[in-house]
Design a protein around this ligand. Structure first.
Ligand SMILES: [Zn+2]
Length: 227
């Protein structure tokens, strides 16, 4: 089995509850027209506000918008893409994107109008957030998820609501986790899920061999030339 991290992640997307599927509450309506926004609104408010602040700042920088357009065109051409794809891209840009040899989140901490407390939280996110492939160990629907980092077996307890309906124990997920007090939270939306057990097992075996190459994929060099 070949894992091509350079071009794309080998994702088998088989979400248990997609946006267009029937809601978990039994109403018969599509999830996106029913409980999705309620579930999402019950994320910790400080997370929503602080993540929102970076995303808004990113969209105010012309070079970021141009860069995102460029990357999306390269990845998707004229195909349709889901909102989640853009969220994942923005998140990768915030934490891994380089512009003028500095990470995007450092530009943000320097230039955005932030209080000292906010700066401390963002620095903690920058220094302690974890991006990896995780195995889902335990799901408490509407409440929490327990992940195991496939790179080092470390376990993470994550408070999450809407995301719990989209994964099952045994799934493998590419995700960034942010520290929150002494637990963890999911950055942005739920990452890419691989639910197929057979491929999941192969992936777990191969993972340690390819982990060295993987980080290379995650770094997006933010080249920008003014037209
Ligand atoms: Zn519902």
């Amino acid at each position: 089995m070949t894992l091509e991290f350079k071009r794309h992640l080998p994702i088998i997307s088989d979400k248990k509850l997609g946006r267009n599927q029937r809601c978990h509450c039994g109403s018969g309506k599509k999830y996106k027209h029913c409980c999705l926004s309620k579930d999402e609104s019950e994320r910790p408010t400080e997370q929503k506000e602080l993540v929102g602040k970076i995303v808004k700042w990113m969209y105010d920088q012309k070079f970021v918008v141009d860069l995102m357009e460029n990357i999306l065109n390269n990845i998707f051409h004229d195909r349709m893409f889901e909102k989640e794809a853009i969220n994942a891209l923005i998140e990768a840009l915030i934490f891994e994107g380089l512009h003028k040899n500095k990470r995007m989140i450092d530009h943000f901490i320097l230039k955005a109008n932030l209080t000292e407390n906010e700066k401390a939280v963002y620095r903690r996110w920058r220094d302690e957030s974890v991006f990896s492939f995780f195995e889902v160990l335990e799901v408490k629907y509407g409440k929490s998820i327990k992940f195991r980092d496939l790179a080092n077996n470390q376990e993470y307890f994550v408070y999450e609501r809407s995301g719990t309906y989209q994964i099952d124990p045994g799934d493998i997920i590419a995700q960034r986790l942010l520290p929150r007090d002494d637990t963890w939270m999911i950055a942005g939306g739920l990452g890419m899920v691989m639910s197929d057990k057979e491929h999941g097992n192969i992936f777990k075996k191969e993972f340690s061999r390819v982990i060295g190459n993987m980080s290379e994929h995650m770094f997006v060099e933010a080249h920008y030339s003014r037209r």
